[in-house]
Design a protein around this ligand. Sequence first.
Ligand SMILES: *[C@@H]1O[C@H](CO)[C@@H](O)[C@H](O)[C@H]1NC(C)=O
Ligand SMILES: *[C@@H]1O[C@H](CO)[C@@H](O)[C@H](O)[C@H]1NC(C)=O
Ligand SMILES: *[C@@H]1O[C@H](CO)[C@@H](O)[C@H](O)[C@H]1NC(C)=O
Ligand SMILES: *[C@@H]1O[C@H](CO)[C@@H](O)[C@H](O)[C@H]1NC(C)=O
Ligand SMILES: *[C@@H]1O[C@H](CO)[C@@H](O)[C@H](O)[C@H]1NC(C)=O
Ligand SMILES: *[C@@H]1O[C@H](CO)[C@@H](O)[C@H](O)[C@H]1NC(C)=O
Ligand SMILES: *[C@@H]1O[C@H](CO)[C@@H](O)[C@H](O)[C@H]1NC(C)=O
Length: 358
Amino acid sequence: MKTTLLLAALPAATIALPTWPWNKPHGHNKPLKYSGLDVLAKRAGLKYFGTAIDNVVLDNPTYISIAHNRSEFGQVTPSNGQKWMYIEPVQNKFNFTLGDQITVPAKKKGQLRRCHNFVWHNQLPDWLTGRNWTKPELVKVLENHIKHEAKHYYNDCIAWDVVNEAFEDDAVASLRKDIWLDVIGKEYIELAFKFARKYTKPGTKLYYNDYAIERVNNKSRAVAALVKDFKKRHIPIDGVGLQAHYTVGRAPSYDEQLATHKLFSDLGVETALTELDVRIQLPDNATLQAQQGAVYANSTKACLDADDCVGITVWDFWDPVSWVPSTFPGFGNADIWDANFTKKPAYYAISDLLRSYD
Ligand SMILES: *[C@@H]1O[C@H](CO)[C@@H](O)[C@H](O)[C@H]1NC(C)=O
Ligand SMILES: *[C@@H]1O[C@H](CO)[C@@H](O)[C@H](O)[C@H]1NC(C)=O
Ligand SMILES: *[C@@H]1O[C@H](CO)[C@@H](O)[C@H](O)[C@H]1NC(C)=O
Ligand SMILES: *[C@@H]1O[C@H](CO)[C@@H](O)[C@H](O)[C@H]1NC(C)=O
Ligand SMILES: *[C@@H]1O[C@H](CO)[C@@H](O)[C@H](O)[C@H]1NC(C)=O
Ligand SMILES: *[C@@H]1O[C@H](CO)[C@@H](O)[C@H](O)[C@H]1NC(C)=O
Ligand SMILES: *[C@@H]1O[C@H](CO)[C@@H](O)[C@H](O)[C@H]1NC(C)=O
């Protein structure tokens, strides 16, 4: 197996060798012709293995050939193209160009689409943030936006991230103080889900999506409380997206992630890893890359073993276009293909783990 070869090439003393079944042969393993991650993920029982794609890289033919290779990625999520500032840059004037640049080729290639997102505190247009609204006005703005975007992507989305990152990172995970909370109050969240149910195609999975909820902690418990309350009051919600932006050396373990999937699946919603990446504090080296692979494998295994984890999306697959270096100076190489479009140990760690479930 590729992982074994790569690990064998490293100085043994410095490597924490992963202890998982993922690098051990399974009795029922059949010899498998080489297959991409989505093919293997489906054989292992997931609905998809997917990637986010950003518009900045659409002119790179090598990138595109991998991004829209259905054997590797059975699902595609626009990284930015469906965010409010691009979709409704002027009030009630909708521009779907950037979203369509990702979804149209994906559809042609037979890749599913996760859609991202309707409501967030970030990447909002100036017309929205630059003035004061009354509550009824802003509720109308919210409904109008969801209505038009949902209608345009009506036949496109297996899932929508309806509300993104509504909780703060403070100790008690209070609701994020943003324009939505300030003007509408906490019911903006349920209004967004109700509008999403009203305007999206029946069957579209409606997700709450957030980061730092991949362990059972105050923030994930706050999200669970929200889900529980929604279920009780029949507010539509179908899934919780664990963004899964991890760091080598600080990532939640397999057990911690499995417990978190269960926290949500016990409430009757599905889960997914929606933005998986594993950043490395630079400079990179082979040991760190092996550890990164183990984090990707643990995350994949937790999703496979969870009751209702439907799929995994990496938040881009190619290191040079990752959001990490600009957001976390000193960190990088978070993805599974390197700058030369070579598959990294992390790729093989995922691939071997998936094969072990075949
Ligand atoms: C798609 O990916 C698979 C798996 O890596 C590979 O075998 C195949 O050659 C790729 N197809 C194209 C057209 O690049
Ligand atoms: C829509 O967005 C695209 C991409 O940003 C831009 O090139 C185009 O000019 C916009 N169209 C309109 C009518 O503003
Ligand atoms: C919004 O309202 C606040 C408080 O009434 C006021 O200070 C501020 O200037 C207003 N902002 C705009 C853009 O009108
Ligand atoms: C979690 O929230 C409780 C209050 O509900 C607080 O006492 C505790 O310090 C918080 N834990 C962390 C790790 O911040
Ligand atoms: C993977 O998960 C296992 C079990 O929870 C844990 O012991 C191990 O340290 C994790 N590995 C990494 C690299 O996080
Ligand atoms: C890799 O980097 C880590 C973190 O800086 C360091 O502890 C380790 O010794 C390095 N390993 C190798 C083989 O260079
Ligand atoms: C890409 O290939 C070049 C030329 O072989 C090499 O110098 C460079 O280190 C490689 N980059 C990575 C990230 O492996």
